[in-house]
Write a new protein. Structure first.
Length: 307
């Protein structure tokens, strides 16, 4: 019995070791200093397109990918001794994909007012829109072409069309914060309201009848240099701030220029709704006859962010 146990022990050991040695021979041996086998790619590595090679910016912070849309509206209504109806509305859309960016904006302001027993007259009426395309050579430099149209009853304009090609430099360009400067050319074409073209001559001191009125031209085209600086801050989810300043200088008459200043503050009350306060001032050094040089408007709107 003891002899059988001694003879069977080597057989049992061989039965255990032989399969393990065979398995070890089937699997290739990899030296420690050799890179282990792996797939060439997991499919998640892309080469940047359009000349943009950046670091590992999180997608939610990448300024090359943006889709924004919002609408806003506000109003004031009163009755009794003073009757007032005032409406303001606006909308904005911005789409950015790699080096291409498209922007569209529209706004309108309308108001009527009057005392009890008197007629209600229109006191504010203007509408405006903007279309713009940017091509980004780098994250900081872009070329753009934008066109704006404005109809303003009390500035004497049936239409003011501006076409603005130029270049922009972004000192800061992230999804949450932008600071940019622009320089370019501005073509301005005005179509004036007939009621605002009339210029009445002063009556002579001797009491004789005044000369007949004269009329400024129906249309006017100006060539300007355009400079712009704008700042947009969305660093905090609850609050947003923006400000911009635009200057247009006529090239043939240094005494003809325009200034436009905008500032706004937005406070979120939910994920999609916000209260926005805005102020706009427009100054034109040589307006139409009987038109003030400066116009300003302040408004409080309820803003709904679509996405």
């Amino acid at each position: 019995m003891k002899t059988n146990f001694i003879l069977g022990l080597p057989v049992a050991i061989a039965a255990v070791l032989v399969p393990q040695v065979a398995a070890a021979q089937d699997k290739p041996t990899i030296p420690g200093e050799t890179v282990k086998a792996s797939t060439a790619t997991s499919g998640s590595t892309d080469v940047a397109t359009g000349g943009f090679v950046t670091g590992g910016t999180p997608k939610e912070d990448d300024p090359r990918e943006a889709t924004e849309a919002a609408i806003a509206a506000g109003g004031l209504f009163s009755s009794g001794n003073a009757r007032t109806v005032a409406l303001t509305t606006s909308g904005k859309f911005r789409l950015r994909r790699d080096e291409h960016q498209f922007t569209a904006q529209a706004a309108g302001n309308f108001a009527r007012a009057g005392k009890r027993g008197e007629s209600v007259d229109t006191t504010v009426e203007n509408y405006q829109g903007l279309l713009r395309y940017d091509y980004f050579f780098t994250n900081e430099i872009s070329a753009f072409l934008q066109s704006t149209g404005r109809r303003d009853r009390f500035q004497g304009l049936d239409l003011r069309l501006n076409i603005d090609p130029g270049a922009a430099y972004y000192f800061i360009n992230t999804k949450k914060q932008q600071l940019r400067g622009e320089l370019g050319y501005d073509l301005q074409h005005d179509v004036r309201r007939d009621a605002s073209r009339r210029v009445d001559a002063e009556a002579p001191a001797d009491g004789s009848p005044p000369p007949p009125p004269t009329f400024v031209p129906k249309t006017q085209t100006l060539h300007n240099v355009r400079a712009f600086i704008g700042y947009d801050n969305k660093l905090y989810k609850e609050v947003g701030f923006l400000a911009s300043f635009e200057y247009l200088q006529n090239v043939s008459d240094l005494g003809t220029y325009r200034l436009i200043f905008d500032v706004g503050l937005k406070s979120n009350i939910s994920d999609n709704f916000a209260i926005a306060t805005t102020y706009t001032m427009r100054f034109e050094n040589k307006p139409l006859p009987n038109v003030d040089k400066a116009d300003s408007i302040a408004s409080v709107n309820l803003v709904y962010t679509l996405f």
